[in-house]
Design a protein around this ligand. Structure first.
Ligand code: AMP
Length: 253
């Protein structure tokens, strides 16, 4: 199970599931520089290896793989993996190069660890979709499991970046999930227009002071936009409160 550390209940839910389903569980902790863009939060990303180690061992993790940057990217490293199409929409539009960094580091981790099963969270739906494609395309014999999003009591999806929020922003942050649930209700009662559904969410979040990166309804398989909601779709949001970027999503239908 790949992580960037700063482990929270979201990570631990994946670890617990993996612990139940496997006889040797390896968790990696690596804040991967190549998936952060210029001006993003690589330097201030929360790191606390001692705490992570305690939590992981308490959950029965067998091995923590905690490589240094030089071990992962020695001088002369040149390769980059691009999963075309899937990496260009949603977060890919706002974080150029991000998913190349993710795909490359995860491919490396897969080659180093040679897992039978790898665990990811739906919180990063696009990431999980890209990893599934990568494993398939590169003939990696690895089952990719994607597990549900763990949330705070008020609905905010757990994230290492929630630590950046001021108390006031933290309260507002719960509005993202509230807006997603609202949209689900509207769709259940017959609203089919993506434009109307996403506009209502954007309005609500903007009024509360969010800057929106995107609010989109997309197909689950190729992440392309849907105009009308007929089948199962992903409703995904990325929005910023101050300098903190939050993402969330729900699957509808
Ligand atoms: P990260 O450390 O942010 O790279 O996350 C490591 C893994 O944990 C990824 O597969 C994430 O999707 C997953 N994850 C992060 N937050 C949550 C959450 N709130 N619920 C479930 N899984 C999560």
């Amino acid at each position: 199970m790949p992580t960037m550390g700063s482990l929270h209940e979201g990570h631990l839910s994946l670890i617990r599931r993996a612990r139940e389903e496997t006889d040797l569980l390896i968790v990696s902790i690596f804040v991967n520089p190549s998936q952060f863009g210029k001006g993003e939060d690589f330097d201030k990303y929360p790191r606390d290896f001692r705490k992570d180690k305690k939590l992981a061992l308490k959950e029965g993790v067998d091995i923590i793989f905690y490589p240094g940057e030089q071990a992962m990217y020695p001088d002369g490293f040149r390769t980059s993996i691009k999963v075309a199409g899937l990496a260009d929409s949603l977060c890919g539009r706002f974080r150029p190069g991000h998913f190349e960094g993710v795909a490359t580091v995860v491919a490396k981790l897969f080659n180093i660890v040679e897992p039978d099963i790898a665990y990811f969270g739906q919180k990063d739906y696009q990431q999980a979709r890209i990893i599934k494609q990568l494993a398939k395309d590169l003939d990696m014999n690895i089952k990719i499991k994607v597990l549900p999003i763990m949330r705070e009591q008020d609905g905010l999806a757990l994230s290492s970046r929630n630590k950046y929020l001021s108390p006031e922003q933290r309260k507002k942050a719960a509005l993202i999930y509230a807006a997603l649930k609202d949209a689900r209700k509207k769709i259940a009662s017959g609203q089919k227009s993506s434009a109307k559904i996403t506009a209502a969410i954007k309005k609500k979040l903007r009024q509360a002071g969010f800057k929106i990166d995107y609010v989109e309804l997309v197909r689950l398989d190729d992440l392309s936009s849907v105009k009308r909601v007929n089948n199962k779709v992903l409703l995904a949001v990325a929005a910023r409160l101050g300098r903190t970027r939050l993402i969330d999503n729900i699957i509808i239908g």
